[in-house]
Design a protein around this ligand. Sequence first.
Ligand SMILES: [Zn+2]
Length: 107
Amino acid sequence: MDIAAERIERLHELARAAATEDDHDRARYYVRLARRVAERNRLALPRKFRRFTCDRCDAYLRPGRNARVRLQDGHVVITCDCGAHARYPYGNDDGNDEASEREDDTP
Ligand SMILES: [Zn+2]
């Protein structure tokens, strides 16, 4: 894992910790920093990061606290408190498919 990817991972942890303490301004700050690091290094943000952040307001989403989660037509729909919706296919949200992709690469 390179340094930029590690930084993004770390900022994700910090954002989650801040959101857990209901410090949403600080969580947003970390989310924005992580986005900037990714952009500058041309890295894709980890799936988990994209799922738990709002594209519109950069909030770190915590279902039941500042986000609502519904199931609809085989998709997970996450609604941020700011009103933005995000839709994801249901069932592959914890990186398992990434792990299996890696396994497929091994000879
Ligand atoms: Zn939002």
